[in-house]
Design a binder for this molecule. Structure first.
Ligand code: GTP
Length: 346
């Protein structure tokens, strides 16, 4: 009888905007990381990650919406069973699985599902929890969000991202990481540049090797359905049917940052401008907005601008006003070379 080798699962987690998809895209482009099944979980009503994850032909990307660690835990189980069945009957061919959680996910219930559900545990094994930590947004986010602490506390490997940015305070963030998960290896990664070999063979995830606090999170998870997220945090998804003006978007973005930058936990958008045939991927993480990325290879006929924001303590009227303000700014020429999107356009 041939022995069935368990399929390694890498759980890729990390707080909002910390660089998970950037790392994943590097991995999927690498020949050593072929034949990978990727499960991407998105927080937000309109999915954008499938447009931003660049998969190789050998890999397959499956998407789940909602939050994996609470209501849709059953979906993760179903997806893994579907993968197992597909592999057994020859419909699918893959040799590893990567699960990218949302930035707000508590990894404990996800790990619990994989470790304890027999249908999954007999065919899959967790080959490590890899957590991206943003060195530039500072330690405030880590202090105020328990999910971020759990992501670090349960990690087998930390990828310290954005150390290239001037806001990065590497020593402070390293200290904080060690206080949450003593001895965890920390690997700096700039713009996802990492050797895939660093992420594989991390050894089976073993809760007993983690801190007392981490073991307690895993224990709590076995009796409850994960920790509920703060009610004050929610995601807002907007779609604008016609392409928008880069200048208008710049002005709107400036206003938003000045007024509520600290509570804009994440901004992720696919922005179509009125005189550019391809869209831009725009990422913001709290007070840091990354340079827009032109998607020159865009083939879609779709010209709708879509974005998702994860916000804290925004009221409904405030959100309505914001949306109205974006729509109200007249379409103008792209004449502001110093602006955010306009600079890219110029
Ligand atoms: N300067 C710099 N930017 C980075 C680095 N890593 C990621 N980014 C940028 O950070 C932004 C967010 O990166 P993503 O990979 O989408 O982050 P994420 O963790 O997948 O985001 P969510 O899934 O929405 O939580 C993007 O604009 C990336 O280009 C880095 O090391 N340096």
């Amino acid at each position: 009888m041939t022995e069935v080798v368990p399929i390694p699962i890498t759980l890729l987690t990390g707080f909002l905007g910390s660089g998970k998809t950037t790392v994943l895209n590097t991995l999927l482009r690498h020949p050593d990381f072929g034949r990978t099944a990727v499960i991407v979980n998105e927080f937000g009503e309109i999915g954008l990650d499938h447009e931003l994850v660049v998969s190789s032909t050998e890999s397959m990307v499956l998407l789940q919406s909602g939050c994996m660690c609470c209501s849709l835990r059953g979906d993760l189980l179903d997806t893994l069973i579907e993968l197992r069945n597909g592999l057994d009957c020859g419909e699918f061919d893959f040799q590893r699985v990567v699960i990218e959680t949302t930035g707000l996910a508590d990894p404990a219930p996800v790990l619990h599902t994989i470790l304890t559900r027999l249908e999954v545990a007999e065919r899959f094994v967790i080959d490590g929890v890899v957590t991206t930590v943003d060195a530039a947004t500072g330690i405030d986010g880590l202090t105020s969000h328990e999910e971020a602490q759990r992501q670090i506390g349960l990690a087998d490997l930390i990828l310290l991202t954005k150390t290239d940015l001037p806001q990065a305070d590497e020593p402070a963030i390293r200290n904080r990481i060690q206080s949450l998960n003593h001895g965890v290896p920390v690997q700096p990664v700039v713009n996802g540049a990492i050797d895939p070999a660093r992420l594989t063979g991390l050894g089976h995830f073993d809760p007993a090797m983690k801190s007392q606090a981490a073991q307690e999170w895993m224990r709590q998870t076995s009796v409850e359905e994960g920790s509920p997220h703060l009610q004050a945090i929610r995601s807002v998804s907007w779609t604008i049917d016609q392409p928008i003006s880069g200048t208008a978007f710049d002005i709107w973005m400036d206003l938003l940052m000045v007024r509520r930058g600290a509570d804009l936990l994440r901004f992720k958008g696919l922005i179509h401008l009125d005189d550019i045939p391809y869209p831009f991927a725009v990422h913001g993480v709290q007070h840091i907005f990354h340079p827009p990325v032109p998607l020159h290879d865009w083939h879609g006929a779709e010209r709708r601008t879509k974005f998702v924001m994860i916000v804290r303590d925004f009221t409904d009227p405030e959100l309505e006003d914001l949306f109205a303000a974006l729509n109200a700014v007249p379409v103008t020429e792209h004449i502001l070379p110093s602006g955010y999107l306009s600079a890219e356009v110029a």
